[in-house]
Design a protein around this ligand. Sequence first.
Ligand SMILES: NC(=O)c1ccc[n+]([C@@H]2O[C@H](COP(=O)([O-])OP(=O)(O)OC[C@H]3O[C@@H](n4cnc5c(N)ncnc54)[C@H](OP(=O)(O)O)[C@@H]3O)[C@@H](O)[C@H]2O)c1
Length: 237
Amino acid sequence: MKTLKILVTGASRGIGKAILTALEARGAAVVGHASTSAGGLVGADLRDPAAPQILWESALSRLGGQVDVLVNNAGLFSASPLDSSDIEWLDAWEETLAINLTAAAQLSRFAVRHWQERSSGGRIVHIASRAAYRGDSPEHWHYAAAKGGMVAMHKTIARQYAAQGILSYAICPGFTDTDMAGDYLASRGGPGLLADIPLGRVAAPEEIAAMAAFCALDAPPSMTGAVLDANGASYVR
Ligand SMILES: NC(=O)c1ccc[n+]([C@@H]2O[C@H](COP(=O)([O-])OP(=O)(O)OC[C@H]3O[C@@H](n4cnc5c(N)ncnc54)[C@H](OP(=O)(O)O)[C@@H]3O)[C@@H](O)[C@H]2O)c1
């Protein structure tokens, strides 16, 4: 069977690292990415508008000129108080949008064009968030807006390129047990927040990774455009 070639962004820790591990366990050739290069990952700081292109070309070069699946996972969840200075609030907005949405869009564009040139088809898996649908805290307007934008972009890609075999899947985790959620849970009173989750616990990164591996490797083409929730029924649509 053909070895699938996959780029996973934000693979140094948390959900991205679990996705990389799950995909390698299934026999895929995976290039992981993080903000700096360490442990074999491609380093590219996605706050820099030039970084996605450098990352894409590095991944292509490491994978012999072909990428079959792109996993847009890298993300930043950083509080931006409403009463911070105007310029601080705007800087935080731009930083979160750059990492969580613009870079994912740039990489998705490179991927779609790559697959169109090769007439090969391909898959994109977007790690969005429950925040795309439910919204987020007063300090996270930017995060919710970026994830909502990611879901809208995903639906556009799915609808416009399905006929060319280019498929798009989105996953919306709720709180997941990573550094990102740990800081937030601590800042919002810790375990008290779990009362909002009928399952009684946050998700494990391996649960989200299992969903991402399914989307990357197994999901039927007819599922393109789907948005999969993983939030312990804390938000049911
Ligand atoms: N954890 C949750 O509760 C939760 C819930 C819903 C959605 N999500 C989404 O799931 C994805 C992964 O989250 P996580 O919890 O695993 O996060 P995490 O543990 O904080 O890891 C974030 C990853 O993104 C990378 N990254 C952050 N800023 C970057 C930048 N400027 N340039 C390049 N890479 C950057 C990090 O690389 P470095 O190690 O180099 O910083 C790291 O690999 C994100 O898109 C997040 O929004 C998470």
